[in-house]
Design a protein around this ligand. Sequence first.
Ligand SMILES: [Mg+2]
Ligand SMILES: [Zn+2]
Length: 195
Amino acid sequence: MKNLTPALFLDRDGVINREVEYLYKSEQVQFIPGIFDLCRAAQALEHKVIVITNQSGIARQFYSEEDFHALMRWMTEEFAREQVILDAYYYCPHHPQFGVGQYRKDCADRKPGPGMLFRAAEEHRIDLGKSLLLGDRCSDIEAGAAAGVGKLVLLAGTEPSPCISSARYVVVPSIMDAINLLPRNVSPPKATGNI
Ligand SMILES: [Mg+2]
Ligand SMILES: [Zn+2]
């Protein structure tokens, strides 16, 4: 396959914004320091920036899919003000036990399942092996491992103990520490003229 690009896959709650239970209003959003720097660094290295988020608050009917999309539109604008293009976001509105009606479903998208990552890779022509995933939970790491994401990074603070995982992952104390972990093995620019 030609022309695959790397991606920076970001969990949302606890990575982009401070964890607030069942957040859906922009007034509740506090961006986590370093998130825009990381995204700008990733884009300078030709990564797409893609959010991958479980949204069981939709399943539980604490807020609607439209509420979620409204918040993501707002967030996309905030990113744009910081010179970051959010290329896409993927979400799973399901929960296997607590979902109401159509939202009660054991969905392959719900992390630790890799469904959203596979879909993102197909729809955005992503080279998963050359991509980096940053999450704050072991389920993020497991999803990335199941999808074959090359670099798995856990932001410290949310999980009380190390992940029980066969996956190789790196723990960083802050988002700024993830910048140096971005894969730099992007293809060199095409030569122009005679060499
Ligand atoms: Mg999270
Ligand atoms: Zn789902």
